[in-house]
Design a protein around this ligand. Structure first.
Ligand code: SF4
Length: 332
């Protein structure tokens, strides 16, 4: 299904100047109150945005808050598919994304026309899609998952069920390995999580021999094999807080370190290095497109806004609701 992108970033929007003498944080708080808006932020956002947000969470938590808020405006400080998910769950609300260019290489690795042609070859299969997909992919999906619930939702299907998992091959491989399933995998990946270097993590481990290695399941399997703990962003955060260890090497987008450090000021969190030491490749460049300045202009001018065709919303909401219902039922 071809889906037209109705959301547009007005020309010059990103260059609108901010008044010089403004207290940006206070101004954002005032606008939020005046407009009955809620600011939802992902853990990969820059620290200043996490600090001002009403809620900070992973994709599952963001979806739940978006579905249940009574605010008039949802400002989603994350990437495009997260704002789309919020709009699909709350179509009557206005959903804003501070920079519409905040995409996702993983979602982009699964174009809807190619995926549709792929699944047509397997009509008897159930389609499981990671939430990091476009609304168009969600219309082709039976149930959506996040990294917080993927294992349990896959296990809720009979052992011999025929399943397709998209788009992340690393997460799919990992779920296959821990559940003993043989899901067919779409060959997609996240450019940030694929960058972590096994060799450099092992070198770092020599410097910090007591550190535990924490990894997100979007990392490649050699990194997952040496990890002490593998989980979603919220799973890693909980583990770091509950562990009596004091040092951790963290293999996921480095924005998570802000919340980890805030919750555990007495512990040391070391970002896992990427292959290329000359770049900040363990940061998601899409996530970091959102800034406090853009958040201010986004609230002030109430744009850029997410628009999705009603027919797409009607179809895409079903697999997301199925995920939320299953998560509830499974106690997640
Ligand atoms: S870290 Fe990877 S999966 Fe997450 S938003 Fe960025 S590109 Fe997408």
């Amino acid at each position: 299904m071809m889906v037209e992108n109705y959301s547009k970033q007005p020309a010059g929007f990103l260059n609108i100047p901010i008044p010089k003498d403004i207290d940006l944080v206070q101004a954002i708080k005032d606008l939020r109150k005046e407009k009955n808006a809620i600011i939802l932020a992902h853990y990969y956002q820059e620290g200043a945005i996490q600090d001002i947000a009403d809620y900070v969470g992973d994709s599952l938590a963001l979806a739940r808050w978006a579905a249940n808020t009574d605010a008039d405006i949802i400002v989603l400080c994350g990437v495009h598919f997260m704002a789309e998910t919020a709009k699909i769950l709350s179509p009557e609300k206005r959903v804003l994304l501070p920079d519409l260019n905040a995409g996702c290489s993983l979602a982009d690795s699964c174009p809807a026309d190619e995926f549709e042609a792929f699944i047509k070859q397997y009509p008897e299969y159930t389609i499981i899609s990671y939430v990091n997909t476009s609304a168009a992919i969600k219309t082709l999906t039976d149930v959506v998952v996040t990294s917080s619930n993927a294992r349990q939702i896959v296990e809720s299907f009979p052992k011999d069920a025929k399943l397709i998992f998209a788009p992340d091959r690393n997460l799919g491989n990992y779920i296959n390995s821990i559940t003993g399933r043989d899901m067919l995998l779409w060959n997609g990946a996240c450019h940030v999580h694929e960058q972590f270097s096994l060799e450099k993590i092992l070198e770092l481990k020599k410097q910090y021999p007591d550190a535990l290695i924490l990894a997100h399941p979007e990392c490649k399997s050699p990194v997952l094999k040496i990890a002490d703990y593998i989980a979603s962003t919220s799973g890693l955060l909980n583990y770091a807080s509950q562990s009596d260890k004091k040092e951790f090497i963290v293999a996921t987008e480095s924005g998570i370190l802000h919340e980890m450090q805030k919750n555990n000021p007495d512990k040391n969190f070391i970002p896992a290095p990427p292959n290329d030491s000359t770049c900040a490749c363990n940061e998601c460049s899409f996530m970091k497109l959102n800034t406090l300045e853009k958040l201010y202009n986004c609230l002030k001018y109430e744009m850029p806004e997410i628009f999705i065709d009603e027919k797409i919303i009607e179809k895409a909401v079903k697999p997301i609701n199925r995920m939320l219902e299953l998560s509830e039922k499974l106690g997640l």
